[in-house]
Ligand binder design. Structure first.
Ligand code: ADP
Ligand code: MG
Length: 395
C-alpha cells in the first residue's frame, strides 16, 4: 500500500510543478539508445498537462564530475526523445541552478513542458546541499517525485525541494512502490522467487527477505556456487565468495526452518575460461572439475526451474541464471524467462541485467511489471524505506 500523497491528491491546475524524473538513459553519439525510462515518465507528465499544470522536469544522467557542463552528458537528447514520443512541444534550457534556468522556469505557463539541464553538473546536488534544494524549490509551487530509480538516494533533486514546497509522488513512483511491496505483503500463492546474478554478497538482504516471504526460492547464476560450497560441493574455478559461505549455509538452514523450499542447480554448463569464445559442457553439480567454471544452469535444472515457475501464482525475478551476455550461456536465463512469459502468473521483474535479458529475448510485454529501478527495487524488496518516498506528504 502506498501511504503518501500523489499528484491525484493535490490541485495542480494553474500551478508550476517541478518534477524529478529518471531520464538517466543510455546514449550513443548523442542519441538515446533505450527510451524505456522516458516512456515510463510520460503518464505522470500527461496527467499534469491535462490538469493544466506548467511542468518543469529535471534528472541526472550518467556520472558527471560535478564541476560544470559536460556536453556528452547533457539531458537535451532525453528532452528531444520525450518530444518525439509524444508530439509535445518540449523546451530545454542548458542550465540548472543559474539565472537562465530561473528565467526559463518563470516563463513556464500551464501546459508547457520545460526540461532543465543535468542536475549533477553541480557536485553539491549529490550531497543534498540546502542551497540546491532551496534553489530548485524556488522554481515551482509543487514538487513531484517520479524518479523511482533514484528514490533510494537522499540527493538534492530527489529529497531537497520537499523541505520547502508541497511534495507528492508521481504515478510511476506510486505504481513501483505499490507493486514491489504488495507482492510480498499479500501475494497470491505460491510465490516463487528467482534470484541469480553474480554475487551472494550484493543480494544478501534480498535473499534474506525472500526466504521470509516466498514459498519457493530458486537460486541460479554465479551466486549458486557459494551455496554449493555451503553444501560441501567443490566448484572448480566458478565465481565464489569464500567469506559468504557461512552466511549461505545459515540461509539454507533458515529456509528449512521457515518452510521455504530452496532450489539450487542440479547440473551446470561449465567451461575452461571466461570469454565470448568459451565452449560449454554439462556436468552435475557435485561433479564440477577443478579446472572448470560454471557459466549457466544445465538442462535438467532448466526443466526443474521451469516446472516450479509453472506452478506459481506469483513470480518475483531478480538476476540472470547465467552469463547471458554470451550466447552460449544464455539458455538458462532464456528458458526461465520464457516459462514466466508463458505462465499466467503475476510476474514482477527487478534488476538492471535481468531486465536487459528480458528485453533481449523480446519478452518484456509478457511480464506483469518490469521495474525501472535496479537499486531502488532491491532496497524495497529488502524492506528498506526509500528516502525520496519518506520525504513526501503523507496521504
Ligand atoms: P541484476 O542487475 O539483474 O540485479 P546482477 O547485477 O546481480 O543482476 O548480475 C548480473 C550479472 O551476473 C551478469 O552480468 C551475468 O553475466 C552475471 N552472472 C550470471 N551468472 C554468472 C556465473 N555463473 N558466473 C559469473 N557471472 C555470472
Ligand atoms: Mg546488475
Amino acid at each position: 500500500m502506498f501511504t503518501k500523497k500523489t499528484v491525484r491528491d493535490i490541485d495542480v491546475a494553474g500551478k508550476r510543478v517541478l518534477m524529478r524524473v529518471d531520464f538517466n538513459v543510455p546514449l550513443k553519439d548523442g542519441v538515446v539508445t533505450d527510451d524505456t525510462r522516458v516512456r515510463a515518465a510520460i503518464p505522470t507528465i500527461q496527467y499534469l498537462k491535462e490538469q493544466g499544470a506548467g511542468i518543469i522536469l529535471m534528472s541526472h544522467l550518467g556520472r558527471p564530475k560535478g564541476e560544470g557542463p559536460e556536453p556528452e552528458l547533457t539531458l537535451k537528447p532525453a528532452a528531444d526523445k520525450l518530444a518525439e514520443l509524444t508530439g509535445w512541444d518540449v523546451k530545454f534550457v542548458a542550465d540548472t541552478y543559474g539565472d537562465e534556468a530561473a528565467e526559463a522556469c518563470a516563463a513556464v505557463k500551464p501546459g508547457d513542458i520545460l526540461v532543465l539541464e543535468n542536475v549533477r553538473f553541480l557536485k553539491a546536488e549529490k550531497k543534498n546541499d540546502p542551497e540546491v534544494a532551496k534553489r530548485l524549490a524556488s522554481y515551482a509551487d509543487i514538487f513531484v517525485l517520479d524518479a523511482f530509480g533514484t528514490a533510494h538516494r537522499a540527493q538534492g533533486s530527489v529529497v531537497g525541494p520537499a523541505a520547502y514546497i508541497p511534495a507528492v509522488a508521481g504515478l510511476l513512483l506510486e505504481k513501483e512502490v505499490d507493486t514491489l511491496t504488495s507482492i510480498f505483503s499479500d501475494p497470491e500463492r505460491p510465490l516463487v522467487a528467482i534470484v541469480g546474478g553474480s554475487k551472494v554478497s550484493s543480494k544478501i538482504g534480498v535473499l534474506d527477505h525472500l526466504i521470509d516471504s516466498a514459498d519457493t526460492l530458486i537460486i541460479g547464476g554465479g551466486m549458486a556456487y557459494t551455496f554449493f560450497l555451503a553444501k560441501g560441493y567443490t566448484v572448480g574455478t566458478s565465481l565464489k565468495e569464500e567469506d559468504w559461505v557461512e552466511r549461505a549455509a545459515e540461509m539454507l538452514k533458515k529456509a528449512e526452518d521457515k518452510g521455504c523450499q530452496i532450489l539450487l542447480p542440479v547440473d551446470n554448463v561449465v567451461t575452461d575460461h571466461y570469454g565470448e569464445d568459451a565452449t560449454g559442457e554439462v556436468v552435475d553439480s557435485d561433479k564440477i572439475p577443478d579446472d572448470r567454471m560454471g557459466m549457466d544452469i544445465g538442462p535438467k535444472t532448466r526443466e526443474l526451474y521451469c516446472e516450479a515457475v509453472k506452478g506459481a501464482k506469483t513470480v518475483f525475478w531478480n538476476g540472470p541464471m547465467g552469463v547471458f551476455e554470451f550466447e552460449q550461456f544464455a539458455d538458462g536465463t532464456e528458458a526461465v524467462a520464457r516459462a514466466i512469459a508463458d505462465s499466467d502468473c503475476t510476474s514482477i521483474i527487478g534488476g538492471g541485467d535481468s531486465v536487459a535479458a528480458i528485453n533481449k529475448f523480446g519478452l518484456a510485454d509478457k511480464m506483469s511489471w518490469i521495474s525501472t529501478g535496479g537499486g531502488a527495487s532491491m532496497e524495497l524488496v529488502e524492506g528498506k524505506a526509500l528516502p525520496g518516498v519518506e520525504a513526501l506528504l503523507d496521504a
